[in-house]
Design a protein around this ligand. Sequence first.
Ligand code: NI
Length: 211
Amino acid sequence: MGGERDFNRVIQGVEIIKQQLVFLGELGISFIKAKIECMKNEETLKYPIGKFSEPAFYTEDNLISWIGELRAFPQMLDLAVSNLSKEQLNQSYRTGGWSGNQVVHHLADSHMVGLLRFKWALSEGNAIIKPYQEDIWATFADYTLPVEIPLKLIYALHAQWVGLLDGLTVSDWEKTYTNPESGTTNSLKKALAIYVHHGLHHLAQINLLKM
Ligand code: NI
């Protein structure tokens, strides 16, 4: 009898281990699934409007509409920022990302560089541009200045930029610049699409701070 009881215990023990293994397996799968979901969310947070994809064609209407977006951008950004508290602006829209303040400072820096790239392309023809380390720039002391300062800069900068673009001829839009690091050559019409997307990309990140 004792032998039979021991045998039943062993069988029960094996059953328990089997159940535990099944449970751990499911747990493992759900953990991996959760991790994938988390990564997908990270990607969504990092690129809330998606990565830039080049337009299939560039019509005059496209260019006019993109210039309009560049013109309207400072007000759109100002409105988004004015809806946030100082605490919200000090927060990041994702773990390890820049704060709202840093994003606004980055927009001023990036678009200042953008305007200069346009001027180099227009004056030199396939100009070799100067890449910069945006993550290092984001640690500089000027990035701690109140957000109103880069906002004012962006208002003036975009007005200047639009003033330049309004005067471009058809052949000017074909002029290019090359990034020596990536080896990419962009025409000014493509560069405009990239900078419009860039502004909206960061604006969407700032809007995420409200949520
Ligand atoms: Ni950027």
